[in-house]
Write a protein that binds this ligand. Structure first.
Ligand code: PLP
Length: 374
């Protein structure tokens, strides 16, 4: 029997494993999206999302992946020609900048090397004598495994009078993100990450200040026009046919999250990160990101000498049915990424570490034998 027939350990930074209870929810017969039952589902989901985001304002829900919400965060507040500062520490920060450019913003990038975080003081310096309408920031840069100090960055941006637009796709639900306390204007995520759902839903929190900018924004948009969502949401419904099954699944996942508790969830993510980092380091793997910037949801590892990223990924899949992600762009085949967000426990990290240890030892043993024959 082959390992690939065993249960998959999906250790990538999204889509993440979905609990059985949630999968069952997705498999239920549909209900009408204008029904009383569905309105109740929306009402509950919005309440729970206020709890999770520590905010008084319920988010807008889209039938789209995270990038859809990213687009909505731009096209509802940014006018053609507006100056936008994009903080870029990896591929997703760059995507955010490109979306702003696609809608005609004058984008300036504050870029740091892969594996590094954005420094709030440098942001302050950059904003000192230039006025930006908005700043885009990736809270957790999934392409490198870096978490930015969003609280500090937000303080600087708000002090400079700009809107702060936050990509929280791989941080929301995995780490502390009190939207109101940190005065964040737009915060979005997608369903397939720490919310433990299949892909297809995204949500976007909008502050009062962002709504004021919305009123003055003339950028063409239709499907992602926030005003439509706000109007229908007030009646516990949606402007277009929503992903009914995913919404009911979201209700279930939020119920599970409330059961565990926010602090416990965040502590679990930190624990898994630390376990993975310390033990993989002991096994000879390099940690791509310094401790102070290490993401709670995804870790980038550098293989020890003598084994490559493609070899590791292939062996993990073939022998253990464990899937980890390659890196992207310049980092491809140099580091690999292990996701540990959402429905993740010591069991998954332990299995992954064990498999990595075996694979490295096996490779070394073969190399040693070949050397001995020379
Ligand atoms: C930080 C970040 N932003 C944006 C996205 C894009 O989300 P989606 O693929 O759901 O459109 C991702 C996806 O992994 C991400 O990790």
């Amino acid at each position: 029997m082959e390992a690939t027939r065993a249960q998959t350990f999906l250790m990538i930074p999204g889509p993440t494993p979905v609990p059985d209870e949630i999968l069952q929810e997705c498999a239920r017969q549909l209900i009408g999206h204008r029904s009383e039952d569905f309105s109740q589902c929306i009402e509950q989901v919005l309440e729970d999302l206020k709890w999770l985001g520590e905010t008084k304002e319920a988010p807008m829900l889209f039938t789209a992946s995270g990038t859809g919400a990213m687009e909505a965060s731009i096209c509802n507040v940014i006018n053609k020609g507006d100056k936008v500062l994009s903080l870029v520490c990896g591929s997703f920060g760059e995507r955010f900048a490109k979306v702003a450019e696609a809608f005609g913003a004058q984008v300036e990038r504050l870029r740091v090397a892969n594996g590094e975080a954005i420094d709030a003081d440098t942001v302050a310096e950059k904003m000192k004598d230039q006025s930006f309408k908005a700043v885009t920031v990736t809270h957790n840069e999934t392409s490198t495994g870096v978490i930015n100090d969003l609280e500090k960055i937000a303080k600087v941006v708000k002090a400079a009078g700009a809107l702060i637009l936050v990509d929280a796709v791989t941080s929301f639900g995995a780490t502390k993100l009190p939207i109101d306390e940190w005065k964040l204007d737009m915060v979005f995520t997608g369903s397939q990450k720490a919310l433990m759902l299949p892909p297809g839903l995204s949500l976007l929190y909008v502050s009062k200040e962002a709504w004021q900018a919305y009123e003055k924004c003339t950028t063409p948009r239709f499907y992602f026009d926030l005003g439509k969502y706000r109007k229908f949401q007030a009646e516990q419904t949606t402007p277009f046919t929503p992903a009914v099954s995913l919404m009911r699944a979201l209700q279930k996942s939020l119920q599970m999250m409330k059961g565990e508790g926010k602090d416990q969830i965040f502590a679990r993510h930190l624990h898994l990160r630390d376990l993975l980092r310390s033990q993989s380091k002991d096994m000879g793997f390099g940690l791509f990101v310094k401790e102070e910037w290490a993401s709670p949801s995804v870790t980038a590892l550098v293989p020890p000498d003598g084994i490559t990223v493609p070899e590791i990924r292939k062996e993990l899949k073939q022998k253990y049915n464990i899937i980890v992600a390659n890196a992207q762009d310049d980092l491809k085949d140099k580091v690999f990424r292990v996701g540990h967000m959402g429905y993740m426990f010591e069991r998954e990290i332990g299995m992954t570490l064990f498999a990595l240890k075996q694979i490295v030892a096996q490779k070394k043993s073969v190399t040693d034998k070949v050397q001995a024959l020379k």
